[in-house]
Write a protein that binds this ligand. Structure first.
Ligand code: MCN
Ligand code: CUN
Length: 795
């Protein structure tokens, strides 16, 4: 029911041994903490060979020649494959997830540093890697396009001369909102502020890099493909289409995954090369990238240059918001989002507020950099949208000389306005923004912090308080609007209760660390009363699970979670018919309590789900229309996205001498509707907050003017450790999704979406006494120090 809120529900939060929702310990942890996980590189198949990829050392160059003869002659080397070898197989180029094509191995010219040039197959990893040094490639170096701002210049080099008829680096223009209504809103305004906001290129950098093992059986025609994949079913379909192999002969297995964060959604050249390698060698072939390969060539995130304009009355009523974005997609348009959303869900840029008019425009371009753009816990670009609007609100607060919390409180969408049309094409399902905001302000002690800050400022110390109040849209999606490569974004679920009352639920999504084996068992347990220990969750193996689109965009709970709740209810309904026959009564006369059906008015006359399961497989005469066994399957098509949100507060201290930023406190109050496992939710939030500190203060994938990647190792691409993050403070409110079967919304990306703006707003707030009104990420000591000298970019 809309509007139910419980700030804290200890009974649901800390039951001793939860039968359904609650703080259940993760089922997967015993194997992980004992080192018994089974990751891709743990898998060894008999006779397996190893592949290694030769990568381009330059960003833009025509290939003159490739000499592989010395490499082929080396001991242990079985084959060396180049683009020319792939051309007759029609595999030199493959489709991207955005209806572009990407190169598997270069045939014409290199388009980014680190691009795949040749593939060596050898008896072991060392032989394969060593042989790369014996391949001689002659490059004719071309001037690259590195700065997206120059990509559309008339004299810019053409990145994609392979595409017929193409004369420039423009990919697509996209818009949302109402330009006319926005102009009218701006015309009324007392105050208009412009601000450029850059969300730099960052990388998901999962702990486990990407890899694949292909095992092609030439006799049966079966291809077994082990791969680091967030979407095994979608990968199988795409591979069937690309490789021309029959889909039922392809068996994708996604084993334990050591973090995905959107990095494992796409299909990388290495996966295709492992398949080709297995077909040509007749042996299983493993390919596993190293850290630099991962950072330099696989899906990056963001790279949005955003021009913002915000309009308001002088007493702080928001009127209009404009966003004009230049998006750098790299050399191939490989962004992974629903087809109709080429800028992802940037439609969320109006945020949590009411406006008279909003207008957003995104132009994407090709550059000589690695492809990607949609990754790193982004909720399909809501990261960029939320960062944009939350920075703009703070920028306006500075102009109005108004408290940023007060400005937000004044303009929130009110609870009774839901479902709310955000004027940019999305309909928010539910929210109680003011309630959540005030809860967070109480938890952090907002007024006391402002007092402390005033005292410190009087002493010349730099302390900042930053706020971000974000709204996400997760759970793609309704199939009528949302597909990837034509595949509707729905998910299946199958539930089988065995004669002894133990259950197996099969799902189409794939955990990369989110604890699906625990939480999906909890959904079944909540709905049918079997303890979660007795419920096995099967995922990641296409042969054993129903079709569905996989895990990204925090869609597992909103979509697959809905499927699991509904399939369990279907089994429960079947159990009711069987129970009625067992109790010699009518199904309408039965009532459900967690775990059993009993006769209304006679609680002693009942059958547990375990008793019913046994009977369903037994010799009793089943009621008319009921078949034997206790199982069901569904496919769930969600009616809308779910819209989780949160109020985040960050307190920073800045060292005046060095510009070093210390995050002293961080509070995240999240609302993800019904909470399945509060411990897992907190884990998701803690991880996402650490991501936020990384992006706000340390992480960036930069390039020099020749296109050399300056972030290709963990020496240069800095990720936060326990030293850089505070002890997280969390809180929550619960506003159920009115359309989700259990009222749950996603949580997996909320903290990454919400936290960067809170941190950067806090840094700017700390630097206010020095006249600073803006700074771009990452707020490294050097950048902060420059801003302190009055050199912040933009001024
Ligand atoms: N959950 C819950 N109650 C809710 C919502 C979610 O208990 N109301 C639980 C779920 O049951 C699930 C977990 O929280 O166990 C995350 O659920 P959900 O929000 O549905 O997100 P997904 O499972 O679809 O995970 C995807 C999301 C994405 S897109 C990125 S990116 C990211 C993230 O998850 N990558 C991760 N968190 C990650 N966490 C780990 N450890 N590793 C990654 O690669
Ligand atoms: Cu955008 S990263 Mo997650 O959706 O896999």
């Amino acid at each position: 029911e809309q509007g139910r809120i419980h700030d804290h529900n200890p009974a649901a939060d800390h039951p001793e041994r939860p039968v359904g929702f609650g703080r259940l310990q993760r089922k997967e942890d015993p194997r992980f903490i004992r080192g018994q996980g089974n990751y891709l590189d743990d898998i060894v198949l008999p006779g397996m060979l190893h592949g290694a990829i030769l990568r381009a050392p330059v960003a833009h160059a025509r290939i003159v020649s490739i000499d592989t003869s010395e490499a082929l002659a080396r001991p242990g080397v079985r084959a060396v494959i180049t683009g020319k070898d792939l051309e007759p197989l029609n595999l030199a180029w493959i489709p991207t997830l955005s209806y572009d094509v990407q190169s598997v191995l270069v045939t014409d010219k290199v388009r980014f540093q680190g691009q795949e040039v040749a593939f060596v197959i050898a008896d072991d990893r060392y032989a394969a890697r060593d042989a790369l040094e014996s391949i001689y490639v002659e490059y004719d170096i071309l001037p690259p396009v590195i700065d997206a701002r120059k990509a559309l210049d008339a004299d810019a080099p053409l990145v994609r001369d392979d595409l017929e008829g193409r004369t420039d680096n423009h990919i697509v223009d996209w818009e949302c909102g109402d330009a006319g209504a926005t102009d009218a809103a701006f015309a009324k305004a007392d105050v208009v502020v412009k601000q450029e906001i850059v969300y730099p290129r960052v990388h998901p950098a999962p702990m486990e890099t990407c890899g694949a093992i292909a095992d092609f059986n030439a006799v049966t025609g079966d291809l077994t493909l082990y791969e680091t994949s967030q979407a095994p079913h979608a990968h199988r379909t795409v591979i069937a289409m690309v490789a021309g192999l029959p889909e039922h002969k392809i068996h994708v297995i996604s084993p334990d995954i050591g973090g995905g964060f959107g990095n494992k959604v796409g299909i990388y050249p290495g996966y295709v090369l492992a398949i080709v390698g297995s077909i040509v060698s007749g042996k299983p072939v493993k390919w596993m990238e190293d850290r630099s390969e991962n950072l330099m060539s696989t899906s990056f995130a963001r790279d949005y240059i955003m021009q913002g304009e915000i309009a308001a009355t002088k007493d702080g009523r928001l009127l209009g918001l404009r966003a004009d974005v230049l998006a750098d997609h790299g050399a191939f348009n490989g962004t992974a989002q629903p087809t109709k959303y080429p800028a992802g869900f940037f439609n969320l840029f109006p945020g949590s507020y009411t406006w008279e008019g909003v207008y957003g425009k995104v132009t994407s371009v090709y550059t000589n950099k690695a492809p990607g753009g949609v990754a790193y816990a982004c909720s399909f670009r809501v990261t960029e949208a939320a960062y944009f609007v939350e920075r703009m609100i703070d920028r306006l607060a500075i102009e109005l000389d108004m408290d940023p919390a007060e400005l937000r409180l004044k303009n929130f969408i009110a609870p009774e306005q839901f479902p709310y049309d955000n004027k940019a094409g999305f309909e928010y399902d539910s929210g109680q923004y003011e309630k959540t905001m005030r809860h967070a302000m109480g938890l952090i002690g907002y007024d006391e912090l402002r007092q402390e800050q005033a005292d410190k400022r009087a002493r010349g110390e730099l302390m900042g308080i930053g706020i971000s109040f974000f709204t996400e849209g997760v759970g793609a999606g309704p199939r009528k609007h949302m597909d990837i490569l034509g595949l509707g974004m729905n998910d299946g679920a199958e539930l089988r209760i065995h004669p002894t009352g133990k259950a197996v639920v099969r799902i189409s999504v794939q955990s990369q660390g989110q604890a699906h084996e625990t939480t999906f068992a909890q959904i079944v347990a909540e709905e049918i009363g079997i303890p979660p220990e007795d419920i096995e969750v099967v995922h990641g193996i296409t042969d054993q699970t129903p079709f569905g689109l996989g895990t990204y965009g925090s869609r597992s709970t909103p979509v697959s979670g809905g499927a699991v709740a509904l399939v369990t209810r279907k089994v429960r309904d079947k159990a009711r018919l069987i129970a009625a026959a067992m109790l010699e009564t009518r199904p309408e006369d039965l009532e459900w309590e967690k775990g059993r059906w009993f006769v209304k008015g006679d609680p002693t006359a009942g059958k547990t789900i375990q008793e019913i399961a046994l009977a369903a497989h037994g010799t009793m005469e089943l009621p008319e229309g009921v078949d034997g066994n206790l199982d069901a399957e569904v496919t769930y098509d969600p009616p809308n996205l779910t819209y989780p949100y949160g109020a985040y507060f960050c307190v920073t201290d800045i060292d005046k001498g060095t510009g070093k930023v210390t995050v002293r406190r961080f509070l995240a109050v999240d609302d993800c509707g019904t909470r399945i496992n509060p411990m897992v939710i907190e884990g998701q939030v803690h991880g996402g907050l650490a991501d936020g500190v990384g992006m706000a203060l340390m992480e960036i994938i930069e390039f020099d003017e020749d296109g050399n990647c300056l972030g290709g190792s963990f020496m240069d691409y800095l990720i936060p450790t326990s030293m850089e993050v505070p002890d997280w403070e969390t809180g929550f409110t619960v506003t159920e999704s009115p359309h989700h079967p259990i009222g749950a919304k996603g949580i997996g990306e909320s903290a990454t979406v919400g936290s960067p703006a809170a941190i950067v707003n806090s840094v700017i707030d700390a630097l206010r006494p020095l006249g600073v009104t803006a700074i771009d990420m990452p707020c490294t000591p050097a950048r902060v120090w420059e801003a302190m000298q009055g050199n912040a970019r933009p001024p």
